[in-house]
Design a protein around this ligand. Structure first.
Ligand SMILES: Nc1ncnc2c1ncn2[C@@H]1O[C@H](COP(=O)(O)OP(=O)(O)OP(=O)(O)O)[C@@H](O)[C@H]1O
Length: 277
């Protein structure tokens, strides 16, 4: 089961990260750490800043404040939210993996085998199913022998049973490679089995902890609305509390259960816990 024990090396450490676009804050005082062998899942509503946080960690955008520390010589494999290839340009999956030219054929073959798509090497990318396309993107993220995998909604466009398989695959990759994984998902219920820690983001960090603790937490239920209590899906984020400044996030590496900011905890305690099953 999950490792990423407190003794495992920290791969990235984000402290007090603030990002603004056009003067508007998109991320405020975000703290986050990911260790080797650990799967951390970012959840939050549309526009919460999840992709922005990943892009800042990748060094693709500048932070306005705060620090991002990466372990020395850290290799990151990135799976973006969507695949952008010209639909008029036919390209096989094997060729797609070779784009960029930084991998050898053996590494590509190994990555395809690892995600279960080696038999599709000669198929045009445009002809792949949603699940096969996501696996091809995952294979590409593995080419560089990453220490940290950053996956932006890896299961989008995949049906529910395919999503379960994909999360199992991500868990297996983590175990076999010992890499850390930071991923965005909208569906806490589906990622529960594969996730060590959930970070609930809505511009700032609302709450964090083990997925089961988060899913039962009154603050989580309040934040994500009554539908979350039924299906634990994360689209109904009635996030109407006032944001505060000067974040006081508990260091994530020290957490064993759910933590949330005071201002998140101030609403939601009148919610009844749902009875599952
Ligand atoms: N380059 C940019 N310029 C201006 N605003 C931006 C830019 N990039 C992102 N934003 C805004 O920042 C906010 C956060 O966007 P982001 O894509 O990080 O959210 P997200 O949580 O990943 O959302 P989703 O779940 O919809 O993918 C959004 O309001 C978005 O419109």
């Amino acid at each position: 089961m999950p490792d990423g024990a407190p003794s495992a090396p920290t791969l990235i450490e984000v402290a007090g990260l603030t990002v603004r676009h056009g003067g508007q804050p998109v991320l405020e005082h975000v703290d986050l750490a990911v260790r080797s062998g650990e799967i951390v899942c970012l959840i939050g509503p549309n526009g919460a800043g999840k992709t922005t946080l990943l892009r800042a960690i990748l060094g693709l955008i500048q932070a306005d404040d705060g620090t991002i520390r990466r372990r020395d010589a850290l290799r990151i494999g990135y799976m973006p939210q969507r695949l952008t290839i010209d639909p008029t340009l036919p390209i096989t999956m094997a060729r797609f993996l070779a784009l960029g030219g930084r991998s050898d054929a053996a590494a590509r073959q190994q990555a395809m085998r690892e995600v279960g798509i080696a038999h599709l090497a000669g198929r045009p990318m445009q002809a792949l199913s949603g699940g096969e396309t996501q696996r091809a993107l995952l294979a590409r993220a593995l080419l560089n022998q990453p220490d940290l995998l950053i996956l932006d909604e890896p299961a989008q466009g995949v049906d529910v049973s395919g999503q379960v398989e994909l999360f199992e695959l991500i868990g297996r990759i983590r175990t076999e490679r010992g890499c850390g994984v930071l991923m965005v998902s909208h569906d806490l219920h589906l990622v529960m089995a594969a996730t060590d820690r959930v970070v609930c983001l809505n511009q700032h960090i609302c709450c964090t902890g083990h997925p089961e603790d988060v899913s039962r937490d009154p603050a989580y239920l309040s934040l994500f609305g009554p539908r979350a209590a039924q299906v634990l899906a994360v689209y109904q984020h009635h996030h109407d509390h006032h944001h505060t400044t000067g974040g006081d996030v508990v260091p994530l590496a020290e957490e064993s259960s759910v933590h949330h900011h005071d201002h998140c905890a101030t609403h939601g305690h009148t919610h009844k816990h749902p009875h599952h099953g």
